[in-house]
Design a binder for this molecule. Structure first.
Ligand code: NAI
Length: 302
């Protein structure tokens, strides 16, 4: 069973995308709002019925029902309103994530935790600290979404198939994200050989800013994060060992400890199996250090 705590816009969509990918026979949606997870589960099941997908999606307000889950996604909490930064959410959501983690520890102690609630990197730190789990079992989803956006901009600029675009986005899930241009390509051809410098700089900037744009237009980001969660879950449940960006507690990697930050990692059955340390150039390192400083100060503010 996969449990998704938080059955709002992103949690609901994550359940749908997970069911479409047939990631488990059973998906449980939990929420404190009465009726919401039940209604979301019904609505999703009606779609699955037409598709002929036999994944059971249930909704509940009872945390005890998550017993036996192999993964608990934490996407409960307040969303970012127009004009709000992710850091504004820090105080409200650290309490929510702390309490959901405590419930997961009690009812599903063997589960891998996938925090999604923003501000993501500090929330991964909270979930890790509260759970006492080994760090590899806390796999934060943030960079995977930033990567979807980066890929979409590369697709739009080059016209090449989305499927041919390989890229990485690490760092903070927020202002100090680091799209790794040197490690991005179209079917292996480095981005720098495909697009002019100025266009690449524009894409990097747009990748950093587009979440705020979507929020200003439609009030929230929903489908891309829902799908990105399912993509991370797929690498775990199918033990795909994909090299993807995830936020996980650092222990010296990239020169930082005591914080969680987005890094490239091999994600498989046991969660983060290995963090991959890339040689960053001076500019990249500066962004990574700024990201670490930002997350460290957020954690200090909790
Ligand atoms: P939403 O407001 O639609 O849903 C949040 C749900 O959490 C609500 O249904 C609420 O009742 C529930 N909730 C609150 N406290 C709870 C608790 N203690 N236990 C169980 N449920 C609880 O918000 P939305 O748009 O789904 O976003 C959820 C979170 O995900 C936000 O923090 C948002 O910023 C974050 N997010 C993170 C992304 C990422 O890439 N890491 C991308 C998009 C959103």
């Amino acid at each position: 069973m996969i449990t998704i705590v938080g059955s709002g816009k992103v949690g609901g969509d994550a359940a749908l995308f997970s069911a479409l990918r047939r990631l488990d026979d059973e998906i449980l949606l939990l929420d404190i709002a009465e009726g919401l997870p039940q209604g979301e589960a019904m609505d999703t099941s009606h779609a699955l019925a037409e598709l002929g997908i036999d994944v059971s999606v249930r909704g509940s307000n009872d945390y005890a029902e998550m017993a036996g889950s192999r993964i608990v996604v934490i996407v409960a909490g307040a969303g970012r309103k127009p004009g709000m930064t992710r850091m504004d959410l820090l105080r409200i959501n650290s309490k929510v994530v702390g309490s959901v983690t405590a419930e997961a520890k009690r009812h599903a102690p063997d589960a891998i935790l996938v925090p999604v609630t923003n501000p993501l990197d500090p929330m991964v730190h909270v979930a890790h600290r509260e759970s006492g789990l080994e760090r590899g079992r806390v796999v934060g989803m943030g960079g995977m979404l930033d990567l979807s956006r980066f890929r979409e901009f590369i697709h739009a600029a080059t016209g090449h198939s989305r499927d041919s675009i390989r890229a990485l986005v690490i760092g903070e899930h927020g202002e100090n994200m680091l799209p790794l241009v040197r490690h991005s390509s179209v079917s292996g051809i480095p981005l720098a050989d495909v697009l002019p410098r100025e266009k690449i700089a524009e894409i990097v900037e747009s990748t950093r800013k587009v979440a705020a744009k979507v929020i200003s237009l439609k009030g929230a980001t929903v489908h891309a994060p829902g799908n990105a969660i399912a993509a991370i879950l797929e690498s775990i449940v199918r033990d795909r060992r994909q090299l993807v960006p995830v936020s996980t507690p650092l222990d010296g990697e990239y020169g930082h400890s005591g914080i969680a930050l987005g890094v490239p990692a091999v994600v498989g059955r046991r969660g983060v199996e290995r963090i991959v340390e890339l040689d960053l150039d001076a500019g990249e390192r500066a962004v990574m250090d700024a990201a670490a400083a930002s997350v460290r100060s957020a954690i200090g503010g909790i």
